[in-house]
Design a protein. Structure first.
Length: 199
């Protein structure tokens, strides 16, 4: 049996999770448990998180997440060098690919972002490390999660100056959540940070 609150769902495995992960959708549950909020600086993981954020602009996360495997195939396993080498013909082909979101601007931005990742200094991993957010307490509820923060605004400005595209503060904050620069698992979730004890 499932027990539910507004912000946390306890699944049949007895683990309490952020409610957005749901209970029955195993792909979303696995993503919640293994990826979202897990700190990583691995290049393809960073590129995937950045790309999903690009495609999420103006859409819901569930739509984008539902096409995650198709995006991985379309963008060559999120291999940065391979995507950076994609041509206008490749972009034309992806615009016809019904398995992904066929937005030419976002597809081209993904190619441009791969090129920026190859050339930009400091690297995306170094920037992500410099914007890490340490919390003393987990967010109390989903309603407490910000859409952006001053760090995300500064991070977005720096990315834009390096040639990245579709990197507004909201999508950059989502990127930060995805790669664990900030842990936004809410209070009660088994992956939430443990509050520091006051001596």
């Amino acid at each position: 049996p499932l027990t539910m609150s507004v912000d946390v769902i306890t699944g049949s495995d007895g683990k309490a999770r952020c409610a957005w992960a749901g209970a029955g959708d195993t792909a979303a549950v696995r993503y919640h448990d293994e990826v979202w909020g897990t700190r990583t600086y691995e290049e393809s993981a960073l590129f995937e998180a950045l790309t999903l954020g690009v495609f999420e602009v103006g859409l819901s996360w569930s739509i984008v997440f539902g096409k995650r495997d198709a995006f991985r195939q379309a963008f060559q396993g999120f291999d940065v060098a391979k995507v950076a080498a994609m041509t206008e013909r490749d972009v034309d082909r992806l615009v016809q690919d019904a398995s992904i979101i066929r937005n030419r601007g976002k597809i081209q931005a993904t190619v441009d972002n791969a090129r920026a990742m190859l050339s930009a200094s400091p690297s995306l991993a170094e920037l992500a490390k410099s914007y890490e957010i340490t919390r003393d307490q987990p967010p109390g509820s989903i309603a407490d999660l910000p859409k952006s923060t001053p760090q995300a605004e500064a991070f977005a400005r720096q990315l834009k100056s390096q040639g990245y595209r579709f990197v507004g503060p909201t999508s950059v904050y989502a990127f930060m959540q995805n790669v664990g620069v900030v842990n936004d698992h809410v209070h009660g979730c088994f992956r939430a940070i443990k509050p520091r004890r006051v001596p």
